[in-house]
Design a protein around this ligand. Structure first.
Ligand code: ADP
Length: 161
């Protein structure tokens, strides 16, 4: 069975992430969306809230599972028995960091392959942080995130429709 892990902060999940999940789920037998618990970042949503939103928007995909992990990704990959990591690539700006990421993964375990999927053009400039920034000031985020995420953002920022 081919098992892949799609790791990230997903704070919160956007339509760009969802596009990668759909495409990844078509390639692999099983895809684990793994929410990273990063103590260096101050997240807007708790791990449980992020997982709940991802579960809700991927409920139609039978081979997608939502999990979370802390610490080194390579350890989590071993623990899950996976050998492929999926990452999304947006603009050129992602490239430098991702090159470092993939090189470090190879250094830690050269059996683990990091696979990059180019973003769908319409989501090239979409990130969780830009969505949060716009949502905070009550801007229109329709089409960028699913309704459940939009509602959770409005609730966090105290905007009610
Ligand atoms: P960040 O790395 O900005 O904290 P995440 O950790 O949530 O964002 O992202 C997880 C993965 O999803 C990364 O590989 C990232 O490049 C990818 N990704 C994020 N936004 C998009 C998008 N709009 N289109 C495609 N891939 C994306």
């Amino acid at each position: 069975m081919k098992l892949a892990v799609y790791p990230g902060s997903f704070d919160p999940i956007t339509n760009g992430h969802i596009d990668i999940i759909h495409r990844g789920a078509r390639i692999f037998d099983r895809l684990v969306v793994a929410v990273l618990h990063n103590s260096k970042k101050q997240p807007l949503f708790t791990i449980a809230e992020r997982q709940r939103m991802i579960r809700e928007v991927t409920a139609d995909l039978d081979n997608v599972e939502v999990d979370s992990f802390e610490g080194l990704l390579v350890n989590y990959i071993h623990q899950r028995g996976a050998n492929v990591i999926i990452r999304g690539l947006r603009a050129v700006s992602d490239f430098e960091y991702e090159l470092q990421f993939a090189s470090m993964m190879r250094q830690l375990d050269d059996e683990v392959e990091t696979l990059y999927m180019m973003t769908n053009n319409q989501y090239s400039f979409l990130s969780s942080s830009i969505v949060k920034e716009v949502a905070q000031y009550g801007g229109n985020i329709n089409g960028l995130v699913p309704t459940v995420v939009k509602d959770s953002l409005n609730e966090k920022y105290g905007h009610y429709e």
